[in-house]
Design a protein around this ligand. Structure first.
Ligand SMILES: [Zn+2]
Length: 265
């Protein structure tokens, strides 16, 4: 430490290692250090510089490691850690209709979602993920699990035309989602997203209601879209025939679906 230098006490330092700053210029600092006070990073720089300016009783030696911001899991179903290995390598609809939906009806409740999410959070933290976007059922319990694990999250109840173990009707789904939005409005870690499960499990009426709810509260929408080849055909049959009428127009609409979905197979 240099004499005469004003040294600030911090709660934690990560020292040594290569730091990925992730700023506009993608700076990398070799043999760097990070000073942390409370929940905030207050300085990032070369090790010598940071250790001259800050002092801490806790120093994490990161020599030989990469120091980087947390990873973001953009789409997951955290409580489904409990279903891992239940059914694999199946076509999506076979997997959903014959394995997942029946077992969700049998086993899933608020406690299942809470405990399954805690396990998922532990696994995500272990692999460096600090934020996740989740879609499942009993999402209030997922939010509470994420909060107790200290993870940032975007949470949305999966909404369908048919009943889920949590909600009997689409109207209950709208009310539950609105409850989530209001309950977690000012939370530092939990953010609410409106989540129609997919275009093949939601009617146009439900999608319209959710769009209006999203606009009213200024929250984003997340959904599944074109997960499989067969979904293109399902959506073309569901939407395009009614929208565009006769066979020639229907074929054009199918073609349009193929064009917009190219690259998603
Ligand atoms: Zn998914």
């Amino acid at each position: 430490m240099k004499r005469g230098c004003k040294v600030q006490k911090v709660d934690r330092m990560i020292s040594g290692g290569t730091i990925l700053v992730m700023d506009d210029n993608d700076h990398t600092i070799r043999n760097g250090a990070v000073a942390i006070k409370g929940e905030n990073i207050i300085a990032v720089g070369g090790k010598e510089d940071i250790e001259n300016r800050y002092i801490s009783s806790e120093i994490i030696n990161a020599e030989g490691f990469l120091v980087m911001p947390g990873l973001i899991n953009c789409h997951t179903h955290a409580p489904m850690t409990y279903f891992r290995g239940l059914a694999d390598d199946l076509e999506l609809m076979d997997w959903l209709n014959n394995y997942i939906f029946p077992d969700e009806a049998r086993f899933v409740n608020g406690e299942f979602s809470y405990l399954g999410s805690l396990l998922a959070c532990a696994e995500m933290i272990k692999s460096g993920t600090t934020t996740f976007c989740d879609m499942y059922i009993f999402e209030d319990d997922v939010a509470m699990a994420a909060k107790s694990a200290g993870m940032r999250c975007l949470i949305g109840e999966a909404l369908f035309d048919f009943p889920s173990p949590n909600l009997k009707t689409p109207q209950e789904g709208l009310k539950y989602t609105e409850m989530l939005i209001e309950k977690w409005a000012n939370d530092r870690l939990v953010n609410i997203v409106i989540e129609p499960h997919a275009l093949y499990t939601c009617s146009e009426n439900l999608l319209g209601d959710l769009r209006r709810l999203a606009d009213r509260y200024g929250v984003p929408i997340a959904t599944h879209y074109l997960e499989t080849k067969s979904e293109k055909k399902t959506l073309a049959a569901k939407f395009c025939a009614r929208l565009y009428g006769g066979r020639s127009a229907r074929n054009k609409a199918k073609k349009a679906v193929e064009v917009i979905s190219s690259g998603h197979e």
